[in-house]
Design a protein around this ligand. Structure first.
Ligand code: HEC
Ligand code: HEC
Length: 402
C-alpha cells in the first residue's frame, strides 16, 4: 500500500490494540499470508489472525437464521497480540499440527496437516465459555472491485439452496439480514457486503484506527479493557474527528478496488486445455464458476461491463466438519465457506514469499487444498484422488495458470 494511512506510526492513532501496522504486512504485496509453523509464537506471523465469536446451539445446521457477530466480552472480536506503549497486549498463542496421510489411487501419499490452537499467554483472564475461535490466514487482494460490481441477480442465479438440480451442490447466499435483502460477498464467509465496509473494518479491528463507519478510536477494546478504552487517541479535527477520514478511505478503496487479478497464462497450450477438461470433469466448476460479468452502475467506470474469470460463485458451500470454523457468521454455518477465487493461485509464492491455501493456510500446496475438500465437494475430491498422475499434473498446471 502507499503512504496514505496504510502504514502507521504510534502518533497517528494506531491501536491501542492492533494486529500489525499495515495492510501490507498481512496482504503481502496484495498477495496472501500464511499460517505459523508449529510451536512458534503467533505474534511473529502477522498475516495470520484469530477471530472470536459466539458459538450457538444448533449452529451447525445450515439455515437462513442470521447469527450476528458477537465478540468475547473481554477480548472482543479479534485477538490482538500487539499494543501501544502502556497498554497490555492481549497475549500470544501457538499452533501445533495434527497430521494424517491421504493415499491417491496411483499410490502417491500426501500428508495433510490441521492446525490446533493453543494459548501461550492471556493477559486479560479467560475467554467466555461460549466464545469460539476461527483461525484465518490473509487472502490475496486482487479483483475486489470486480467482485463488488457483480449484480446481485447474477449471484442469485447460481444459488441452489435446496439442491433442486440434484448435483449434490447447494450454493447459498450469505444473507446478512433476516429480510434477505443484503448479500454478503467479502471475507472467507462472505460476511461483508462491500469492499468499503471490509476496508473500514480492517482499519478498525486490525489496526485500531477509527473510520467514518467505525468512529470509536479504541478499535477492538472492550468495556473490560479500561486502560485500553481510556488511552489517548488520534481522532483529529482536521480528519473530521477521526483517525482515517472519508477522503483517505476513498483512496484506499480505490487502490483495493482497482488492484487487478493477474492475466491468465499458458492459455493456448495443450496442457492448459486438457487441465481445463479435468477441472470440468471433476465438477470443480460447480462452485468455482469460471466466468462472471460486472453490471454497469459502478462509479468506477473501469469496472463496468467487464467479463472476468474469478472461478468463484461467491456462494457458501458446506465443506465438511474438518474445515469448520468456531462460530457461524450471519447465515453461514461453521462448515460453510465462500467458494475461494482461483485467480493468481500459481503466482502466490512469487508474490508474497511463502503462502498457504484455504482459509487458515493449512494447505501447503494446491494438491493439499483439494484433498481437504469435503461436504458438498466430496465427489470432486474423490474424483481428484482417482486421477492418473498425468491428469493430476495437467489439472495443477491449469490451476497454476489462472
Ligand atoms: C492482521 C492481518 C490483516 C490486516 C492488517 C489487514 N487484513 Fe484484510 N484481511 C485479513 C483476513 C484474515 C481477511 C479475511 C477476513 C474474513 O474472512 O473475515 C481479510 C480480508 C480482507 C478483504 C476481503 C478479501 C476477500 O477476498 O473477500 C479486504 C478487501 C481487505 N482484507 C482489505 C484490507 C485493508 C484495506 C487493510 C488495511 C486497512 C487490511 N485488509 C488489513 C487480514 C488482514
Ligand atoms: C462444493 C463446492 C466446491 C467444489 C465442488 C470445489 N471447490 Fe474448491 N473450494 C471451495 C471452497 C468453499 C473453498 C474455500 C475453503 C476454505 O477456505 O476453507 C475452496 C478452495 C479451493 C482451493 C484453495 C484456494 C485458496 O485460495 O486457498 C483450491 C485450489 C480449490 N478449491 C480447487 C478446487 C478444485 C481443483 C476442485 C475440483 C477438483 C474444487 N476446488 C472443487 C468450494 C468447492
Amino acid at each position: 500500500m502507499g503512504s496514505i494511512s496504510s502504514s502507521t506510526t504510534a502518533s497517528d492513532g494506531l491501536g491501542p490494540l492492533f494486529n500489525t501496522r499495515s495492510c501490507n504486512n498481512c496482504h503481502i504485496n496484495n498477495g496472501r499470508g500464511h499460517a505459523p509453523e508449529a510451536n512458534i509464537n503467533g505474534i511473529s506471523v502477522p498475516s495470520f489472525l484469530i477471530r472470536l465469536g459466539k458459538s450457538y446451539p444448533n449452529q451447525n445446521t445450515p439455515s437462513n437464521h442470521v447469527y450476528p457477530h458477537i465478540g468475547d466480552k473481554t477480548y472482543g472480536h479479534q485477538f490482538q497480540s500487539q499494543s501501544t506503549t502502556g497498554i497490555s497486549p492481549e497475549g500470544d498463542y501457538y499452533l501445533t499440527y495434527q497430521t494424517h496421510t491421504e493415499v491417491l489411487s496411483d499410490g502417491t501419499k500426501i500428508e495433510l496437516r490441521k492446525p490446533q490452537l493453543h494459548w501461550r499467554t492471556l493477559h486479560y483472564g479467560n475467554f467466555e465459555e461460549s466464545t469460539g475461535f476461527t483461525m484465518l490466514a490473509s487472502p490475496a487482494l486482487v479483483g475486489m472491485g470486480l467482485l463488488d460490481s457483480i449484480p446481485d441477480k447474477s449471484i442469485l442465479a447460481n444459488a441452489d439452496p435446496n439442491d433442486s438440480n440434484n448435483d449434490g451442490i447447494s450454493g447459498r447466499v450469505n444473507w446478512l439480514d433476516e429480510e434477505q435483502t443484503v448479500i454478503g460477498r467479502f471475507g472467507y464467509k462472505a460476511s461483508v457486503e462491500t469492499v468499503d465496509q471490509q476496508n473500514q473494518s480492517a482499519f478498525h479491528t486490525d489496526l485500531g484506527l477509527s473510520t467514518p463507519l467505525n468512529p470509536t478510536a479504541s478499535g477492538d477494546c472492550t468495556s473490560r479493557q479500561r486502560d485500553c478504552l481510556n488511552s489517548p487517541n488520534g481522532n483529529s479535527s482536521h480528519l473530521d474527528n477521526l483517525e482515517v477520514d472519508e477522503q483517505q478511505m476513498r483512496l484506499v478503496d480505490l487502490f483495493v478496488s482497482l488492484s487487478s487479478p493477474p492475466a491468465m497464462r499458458n492459455l493456448k497450450t495443450t496442457a492448459f486445455l486438457e487441465g481445463k477438461r479435468v477441472f470440468d470433469a471433476a465438477g470443480c466448476a460447480g462452485c468455482h464458476t469460471p466466468k462472471m460479468k460486472t453490471g454497469n452502475d459502478s462509479p468506477l467506470k473501469a469496472l463496468n461491463n467487464r467479463t472476468f474469470y474469478p472461478f468463484t460463485d461467491l456462494l457458501l458451500h458446506d465443506m465438511g466438519p474438518e474445515l469448520a470454523s468456531g462460530f457461524p457468521s450471519f447465515s453461514a454455518s461453521p462448515s460453510e465457506w465462500r467458494t475461494a477465487s482461483l485467480w493468481g493461485l500459481g503466482l502466490s509464492e512469487q508474490i508474497s514469499g511463502r503462502s498457504g491455501f484455504l482459509h487458515d493456510g493449512r494447505a501447503r500446496n494446491i494438491e493439499e487444498a483439494i484433498l481437504w475438500h469435503g461436504g458438498e465437494a466430496t465427489s470432486s475430491q474423490r474424483h481428484f484422488k482417482a486421477l492418473t498422475r498425468e491428469n493430476r499434473q495437467k489439472l495443477i498446471f491449469f490451476l497454476e495458470s489462472l
